[in-house]
Design a protein around this ligand. Structure first.
Ligand SMILES: [Zn+2]
Length: 347
């Protein structure tokens, strides 16, 4: 029996020296234990191998039972600890606009950028951004805004996660099918960055709430594929003087611009005075859409938003960036304000 115990200790020692994970080392010892038990039960009485590994199998069974008991006790203790001490750490309360040490470390790669720096990161932290739609474009937008350290992120959507969404809507997961998208997104955002405040609105964006809702935010991002919503969002942003970062997708192509008549850029209605005929503008469900495409264009929306907040570079004011995924091409076209625009013409 001593020989076997020495073998087990040697196995453990070699494992430790080679830095193998504890689980692998325990597996090796389990295999050794099973081998010894097999020898004890299969070989006849008096066989030298059986004698050499201890003559009585009951001793080994007792040892195995004790081991299992200790293992079960440890597991139980760990489960209890996890329940009383949840792993999800709530960030310590901070004065608005100030950073905990761990946040400074988190945003270090932003803070070293001359165009962002400490003041830019502070501006991100105090910014309040509203995202319309937690779908294909909303997914990367929400994750990247959270990762970038945008302090308050609102998200409005009345849908629930469906299996057909998961090909491109990376903020959601298979296990959250059936969950309202805004709550699924909230879970993902909090997991990405616990220092962000998320405000989920599980409802449709309607004319009766839009003014009050937008008034609470600095910038609005629109990634919906519903033209009624697009015009409502645009008119409200114009009325309140809020910049609107809007993008749209077709099968393999995406377009993005920053609509902001308060800063002499056109509004959405200047460029698209009338909604396209539904027959000419099929939805993603009808026409299909390349899975990574909303990732590319949604990430561009997050980039434009970070630029607007921090003042870095020049946002896509009066310009539309068009990305053609099928041929790997992008181009920019100039957009002009329409002095007779029914929405912003009188500003
Ligand atoms: Zn306009």
């Amino acid at each position: 029996m001593i020989v076997v115990l020495v073998m087990a200790a040697t196995l453990w020692g070699i494992g430790a020296a080679m830095n193998t994970p504890r689980r692998a080392r325990w597996t090796m010892i389990g295999v050794l234990f099973a081998g010894v038990l097999a020898i004890q039960f299969i070989l006849p009485d008096g066989h030298p191998l059986r004698e050499g590994t201890g003559s009585d199998p009951r001793l080994w069974l007792l040892l195995g039972g004790l081991g299992a008991l200790v293992f079960a006790y440890r597991k139980g203790l760990m489960a209890l600890r996890a329940r009383t001490n949840p792993v999800s750490i709530d960030p310590p309360a901070q004065a608005p606009g100030t950073f905990a040490e761990v946040e400074l470390e988190r945003y270090a790669r932003h803070i070293v950028l001359r165009e962002i720096g400490g003041p830019g990161q502070k501006a991100l932290k105090t910014a309040k951004i509203l995202v319309i739609g937690a779908g294909g474009l909303g997914s990367p937008v929400l994750l990247y805004l959270a990762a970038a350290g945008v302090g308050t992120i609102g998200v409005i959507d009345d849908d629930s996660v469906e299996n057909t969404n998961l090909q491109r809507q990376v903020v959601h997961t298979d296990t959250r099918i059936g969950t309202p998208k805004v709550f699924s997104a909230e879970t993902a955002i909090k997991a990405q960055n616990p220092f962000v405040t998320v405000r989920p609105y599980h409802r449709r964006l309607t004319a009766d709430i839009v003014q009050d809702l937008f008034a609470e935010y600095d910038i609005v991002l629109d990634g919906t594929d519903n033209s009624d919503t697009r015009y409502l969002v645009n008119a409200t942003c114009v009325a309140l003087g809020k910049p609107l970062v809007a993008a749209a997708l077709t099968q393999f192509e995406g377009q993005i611009s920053v609509y902001d008549p308060a800063n002499d850029a056109p509004c959405y209605a200047c460029v698209f005075p009338k909604a396209p005929d539904p027959a000419l503008a099929p939805s993603c469900a009808e026409a299909g859409v390349l899975g990574p495409l909303p990732g590319v264009v949604g990430a561009m929306m997050a980039v434009e938003t970070v630029k607007l907040i921090t003042g870095a570079g020049a946002p896509l004011h009066g310009q539309m960036l068009i990305y053609d995924a099928l041929y790997g091409e992008s181009r920019k076209i100039a957009l002009k304000r329409d002095p007779n625009c029914s929405v912003c013409g009188t500003l």
